[in-house]
Ligand binder design. Structure first.
Ligand SMILES: *Cc1c(COP(=O)(O)O)cnc(C)c1O
Length: 345
């Protein structure tokens, strides 16, 4: 990677090994179910997450909308976080394409939606109301700094859903970061979920794609909705080959990205005008801000860093979100800290 790109982990390039596997991948027509590499990836994803079946989709956004539209019909309602990606950043697609209404609940600083708030949002059987059918949790919860959800909390939400006849979907774009952070097998983390979406193309470095996993019946129905949304791919084994390496070789090493996030946070904490609490760093997302008296505000600092080949995205005038990944080594994180120090002192 030529630049030090901290804007997101989606920017991570595929590894050399992925590129070679992609070039050599056996392929077939996946809409006919004949691509051996896609079939292998779907089986592997299901096994890894402890579900019956898997489905390759083009993106996390497609994974979420296909899952929601598989669980919910028109006039149904999904309960989800008010800062969740599915609520904020996915174009309102459950409403636009499925007639599914959203009930947002305030995400807490630790990433959870309070259990009693979820319970209170479940609709009674009343002619005035939509029908609650689904709860969607995001793990890790990106907007509050990549917070992993505790496994007992996930279990409790699953139990609440199932006691009320609801399904539980996990937007697990970074579910392997969550599993590493809470030191549990990913299977255990998503045990209570009926469906999970996770991204191959973020910290796991694959160039394209996400997976949905769930019961065999759920995936059979999701496959039809994926097709309806234009997501039926042909020789997709070219892409799935990178996904197999992502799942087999890139999940455990995410601890390294979390360590680099800590190096970045601890370094930033020593710089005047930077506000950050390094103890909040649990995974690969680092939130920080510059104070009111800083010589440069956030957009000005980002512009200065761009000349050093460092890309970092300011949020409004004072805040930043930096995301570590495979291509951000400890040395590169140190370099970023020193360049920021030079502009603020
Ligand atoms: C990135 C992300 C998505 C969407 O993934 P895309 O592949 O960019 O569509 C969904 N949820 C969360 C939490 C994400 O971070």
């Amino acid at each position: 990677m030529d630049k030090i790109d901290l804007r997101s982990d989606t920017v991570s390039w595929p590894t050399e090994k992925m590129r070679q596997a992609m070039a050599a991948a056996p392929v077939g027509d996946d809409v006919y179910g004949e691509d051996p590499t896609v079939n292998q990836l779907e089986k592997l994803a299901a096994e890894k997450l402890g579900k019956e079946a898997g489905l390759f989709v083009t993106s996390g956004t497609m994974g979420n909308v296909v899952s929601i539209l598989t669980h919910c019909g028109r006039g149904d309602e999904v309960i989800l976080g008010d800062k969740s990606h599915a609520f904020i950043n996915e174009t309102g697609n459950p409403a636009a394409y499925g007639g599914v209404h959203s009930w947002p609940i305030e995400v807490q600083p630790d990433g959870i939606l309070p259990l009693e708030k979820i319970k209170a949002a479940i609709r009674a059987d009343n002619v005035h109301y939509p029908i609650t059918t689904l709860v969607c949790l995001e793990n890790t919860q990106a907007a509050v700094g990549g917070q992993p959800l505790p496994v007992d909390y996930m279990d409790a939400v699953g139990a609440l859903c199932h006691a009320n006849g609801l399904k539980l979907h996990i937007d697990g774009a970074r579910i392997f970061n969550a599993a590493v952070a809470v030191n549990e097998d990913v299977k255990r983390v998503v045990q209570a979920a009926d469906s999970v979406q996770f991204c191959l193309s973020k910290g796991l470095c694959a160039p394209v794609g996400s997976m949905i996993v769930g019961s065999a019946d759920f995936i059979r129905r999701a496959r039809r909705i994926r097709k309806a949304m234009g997501g039926g791919l042909r020789q997709a084994g070219i892409l799935a080959a990178a996904g197999i390496i992502a799942l087999e070789e890139m999940t455990e090493r995410l601890a390294e990205d979390h360590a680099v996030a800590c190096i970045l946070a601890e370094g930033l904490a020593t710089i005047p005008h930077i506000q950050i609490d390094p103890s909040q760093i649990r995974t690969n997302i680092v939130l920080f801000s510059v104070d009111e008296t800083s010589p440069l505000n956030a957009p000005q600092l980002a512009a200065a860093l761009e000349k050093d080949n460092i890309l970092i995205r300011p949020v409004y005038t004072q805040n930043f979100r930096a995301v570590t990944h495979y291509w951000i080594t400890p040395e590169r994180a140190q370099f970023v800290v020193e360049r920021i120090r030079s502009y603020l002192t």
